[in-house]
Design a binder for this molecule. Structure first.
Ligand SMILES: [Ca+2]
Ligand SMILES: [Ca+2]
Length: 217
């Protein structure tokens, strides 16, 4: 009579371990895909809140226009004149989205949004500051609204599409300098030709690649 087998053979153990390893790999891929979806969702939410704020700014009782791409050219509402003269400072990085930060904090204009007023929705990735404080800005820092990967959103007013090569570009959350260009359709026309462009550089943190996420898309 053959002796009864005890335990598992090496091959059986290895097969089980291989199956487990496969399961773990599959589950972790699913988890990271779910996390990536959440980040995309958070980014789209911020984009639509900023976009809604821009439309509000354009109404006559607010700014009456979309903010300039250049923070130093930003016009204040009513009699307060050229806010650019007041704030000064800054550098030439992240200029478009900083202009939105300032515009959303102008007196009489202040745009409130739950999704944007939380501290993980903004940062000062290039570390610059204004020379003078603008009404409801919490301090002198020229912050940018950022996407869920920590990179500033890109904002370009339509009148600046053609001169974007004069701008010095953006600094990402991990301190890389990147050049941004206005987005174009397949026909070679500017997107948002009558208004503005607002987009995230996407998961890869590079502007102009396929994973970019544009407002309204
Ligand atoms: Ca800044
Ligand atoms: Ca990208």
């Amino acid at each position: 009579m053959r002796a009864r087998r005890s335990g598992f053979s090496l091959i059986e153990v290895m097969v089980v371990m291989a199956i487990l390893a496969g399961l773990v790999a599959g589950v972790s891929i699913m988890i990271s895909q779910a996390q990536q979806k959440q980040l995309v969702f958070a980014t789209k939410t911020r984009l639509s809140e900023i976009g809604a704020g821009l439309e509000l700014l354009k109404s006559a009782d607010k700014l009456g226009m979309y903010p300039s791409t250049d923070v130093t050219m930003l016009q204040g509402p009513g009699k307060s004149g050229n806010v650019g003269k007041t704030i000064g400072g800054g550098n030439d990085k992240n200029a478009g989205i900083e202009a939105i930060w300032v515009a959303f904090h102008l007196k009489g204009v202040r745009i409130h949004s739950q999704a944007l007023d939380t501290s993980d929705a903004y940062a000062n990735t290039d570390g610059d500051s204004a020379a003078g404080r603008v009404e409801e800005m919490p301090d002198l820092e020229l912050r940018e609204y950022i996407d869920a990967w920590g990179n500033p959103f890109v904002y370009i007013h339509n009148r600046d599409f053609k001169k974007m090569d004069r701008l010095d570009g953006y600094m990402t959350g991990d301190k890389r300098e990147v050049k941004v260009a206005p987005r174009k359709t397949e026909l070679g026309e500017y997107e948002g030709a009558a208004s503005f462009q607002l987009f995230s550089m996407g998961p890869d943190g590079e502007p102009g690649t396929e994973d970019d996420i544009a407002y309204g898309q």
